[in-house]
Design a protein. Sequence first.
Length: 459
Amino acid sequence: MAIPLLLGVFVYYLLLKAGGYDLNLFVTISLLILTSSDLNVVLRFGIIAWAAASLSWFAYSNYIREKEQAGLPPALIYFVIFTVLSLLFSSIFSGNPVKGLSATGRQFIFFGFVFLIYKNITGFKEMIILVSTVILAGFVTSSGVLYNLITQGLIVLLASEAPIRVTGIFANINVAGGTIAVALLALFFSFFMKNKKSAFSKLFTVFLFFFLFVGLVLTNSRAALLTFVLGSATFILIVYPNLRLKFILSLSVFILAVLFIPPVNEFFSFFLRFEKFLNIRDHLWTMSWETIKANPFFGAGPDQFKDFFFKYITAPSGSYAEFMIKKLYTDAGDTGLSHNFFIFRTTELGIPGLITALWLPGLFIYFGSKVATKMRSVDWNGFILVTGALSVGIGLFARGFFESIGLLTHGWLMVDLPFWICFMIILFYYHRAFFDQTKILKNSPSHNRDASLSESTED
């Protein structure tokens, strides 16, 4: 074990000498998103330690070189402080303070990583690197989905009465679907940027888009599909507001077709599992509500909703729902089991958790919409990047009505990081647009509308 580890460190050192800062940022964030402690606890700890050390070093190097250091807005700082304090107090008053404090520590470390990533952004290039890590994560996950499809056998899957659902490198199919959905959105937004791409690059991007789309469809995660559909629709309607009426008409026709044309209705009923729309979510929501009523002020405690499963279980004895809840209790981790972001935060943290669950979307949409409005007439590529990040967030917030994870899951790095990368992109442009306008005004439409943002953000 020691020899391969030392060899790996040596090889990475050589690559780091060749690629430097950009390579480290890409590799570090990719590993944080793609690996988990389920693979190897020691390896995961090593990756986290290396990520913290290297990101800190390069952030410090940027500061020493007096590169631009974009500050965080006070509103976000207040949110972070309130979130950590709510976790802390909930842990202290919970039935298992040790478990609660462990979740609090994870969330604190997570915010530390978000801050370090933010301090590693000095311009457009770093933001593209971060977006590329999200796309890579989606590609790897989609590859795993297709590999599982091949190894399991397509004929066997087609022979089953249930819709095809294939997971990739993640045991949790909803994690796999969410990862691919965000990557697919990031790739979709890249089509609208103004840059000079070769014919091969354009062809490869189109191929990658369809590859990710197939992976998303095969996961058959309805929440992930909702993320992609709503995210892409939001993006189109913001970028091209003149299409809003046509979009509403087209959506109305589509809904009528699904409702009243039998073949269309049957296809979507089978694929989207309309007969199991809530699956066991209604039971989990009821169990969560009973837990909230018993612990309204500080909640059950971080990662402790599972401790109330059998106290408030509502599924009939011997039913499929009871079997699935017991399976969830046995197989799943402790975080995000309510299958609704807002209910999850309230169940585990009480009223402060509900406040953070509503505060986060408000902050994100406020900054995102404000920056997008500012960037539209100033820097097209910046506008696309910010609008894309905003659209991803809106898609994930909609997903939050059916999934707890992917936004603020007690410091779950690999799941929450893509959303916070989008948030950091928005906040970086917020600083540029409202506190350092000279960085973007030189690329205004009156000077060079078709110039790429990479030229406009050079220091």
